[in-house]
Design a protein around this ligand. Structure first.
Ligand code: NAD
Ligand code: WQD
Length: 345
């Protein structure tokens, strides 16, 4: 099958690498652009080991429009873009807001500009459940209110969604699918690719697996006095391979002109709210490995509870996140063990 080219920005990153695997499996020609600011070029070896195909790789920065133009001149078969490239650390964004606004927004605007110039049919954009803030009701649907952003990072997602809407409604000759991820976790079951956190992890699962393997002394559970059944926060943890698969369907809708509206928005979650303490318990039961933890004070800015109503994605994309959480926890653990074996961590 001769399928068109898909440009995956941030394709050596966590979600981008898993999506590249699924795109290659579906027969697409994948071109990755990544500046390696938060990933390693060795990820390409993992992708090749899983799929037997090495994606084309351009080491460049998406904020450099000349580099983007050169890429489109070279790869003339690109019909779709999946834009993962962004800076994503919430805390860092509070310290360095300009870095976040510049990187995340200039990346998107450059891509949108090139799309008209090079006749690209559509762009899939990585948004986040962070746009819902602390929801009034759970689960959240795509029509739940957007709340004021609580960090510059979150604000870049809200502004990016608005930029896409404005550009497309101005008559741009392309469409967009905006995907709002909940909490992506786990790794490819082969343990050949996974999440590579930089420094001390801020997110729950990498901190948990690093604690389980002994790199960290104990996991701090941020708060057990929330208004939830066990007092810890509730999230919708979605398996990264399930998440990756939704991108294949999304980009297909764009390049096969199947979108119902010029901008489509989907929540990508499981529909199940799981508490932090429940997650630790699931990890321990699934792997047989104990996680030393203590209850710590609440983390500033944390949302008490948020989980998705994924019905829209289930019905329109024909996509379901159905990997059992225990399998996802085993994949995260296997990946942590692989990192140790490779001497990376
Ligand atoms: P990641 O950091 O692993 O991947 C992002 C990749 O983009 C990295 O490889 C980085 O080197 C690259 N990059 C960053 N800026 C770039 C630039 N200007 N030019 C070229 N490459 C650049 O992050 P991820 O977890 O895979 O997230 C992917 C996307 O999904 C991001 O947009 C993120 O905001 C969004 N998202 C992530 C989560 C999550 O919890 N992981 C949740 C919701 C949304
Ligand atoms: C999950 C839960 C913590 C670490 C962030 C971004 C969000 C989105 C996903 C990109 C919370 C608790 C965590 C720890 C803990 N990213 N926790 N001890 O905060 O839901 O979302 O990533 O768009 O925008 O804000 O994810 O993994 O940091 O935390 O108790 O050491 O785990 O309090 O309740 P979060 P997380």
């Amino acid at each position: 099958m001769n399928r068109p080219g898909i440009l995956v920005t941030g394709g050596t990153g966590y979600i981008g690498s898993h999506t590249t695997v699924e795109l290659i499996k579906a027969g697409y020609h994948v071109v990755i652009i990544d500046n390696l600011s938060n990933s390693n070029v060795a990820v390409l070896d993992g992708i090749e080991a899983i799929t037997g195909v090495r994606p084309d790789f351009v080491e460049a920065d998406c904020t450099d429009i000349k580099a983007l133009r050169a890429l489109f001149e070279q790869y003339t078969d690109i019909k779709g873009i999946i834009n993962f490239a962004a800076s994503k650390a919430v805390g860092e964004s509070v310290q360095k807001p300009l870095l976040y606004y510049r990187n995340n927004l200039n990346t998107l605007m450059n891509l949108l500009e090139c799309m008209s110039e090079y006749k690209v049919d559509g762009i899939v954009f990585s948004s986040s459940c962070t746009v819902y803030g602390e929801p009034d009701d759970n689960p959240v649907t795509e029509n739940s209110p957007i709340k004021p952003a609580t960090s510059p990072y979150g604000n870049t997602k809200q502004i990016s969604e608005e930029i896409i809407e404005d550009v497309i409604h101005s008559g741009a000759p392309f469409k967009s699918v905006i995907l709002r991820y909940f909490n992506p976790v786990g790794a490819h079951p082969s343990a050949l690719i996974g999440e590579l956190p930089n420094g001390v992890p801020q997110n729950l699962i990498p901190y948990l697996t690093q604690t389980a393997i002994g790199i960290r002394k104990e996991l701090a559970v941020f708060g057990d006095d929330y208004n939830t059944p066990d007092g810890s926060c509730i999230r919708d943890f979605i398996n990264v391979v399930d998440l990756a698969k939704a991108h294949v369907t999304a980009v297909e809708r764009l390049i096969e002109d199947k979108c119902a509206t010029p901008v489509e928005i989907f929540n990508l979650g499981t529909g199940n709210g799981v508490s932090v303490l429940e997650l630790i318990n699931t990890f321990e039961e699934a792997t047989g490995v104990k996680v030393p933890y203590r209850i710590a004070p609440r983390r500033e800015g944390d949302i008490e509870k948020v989980w998705a109503n994924p019905t829209h994605a289930n019905e329109v994309l024909g996509w379901v996140a159905d990997t059992p959480l225990a399998d996802t926890m085993r994949s995260a653990w296997k990946w942590q063990l692989a990192l140790r074996e490779k001497g990376i961590m």
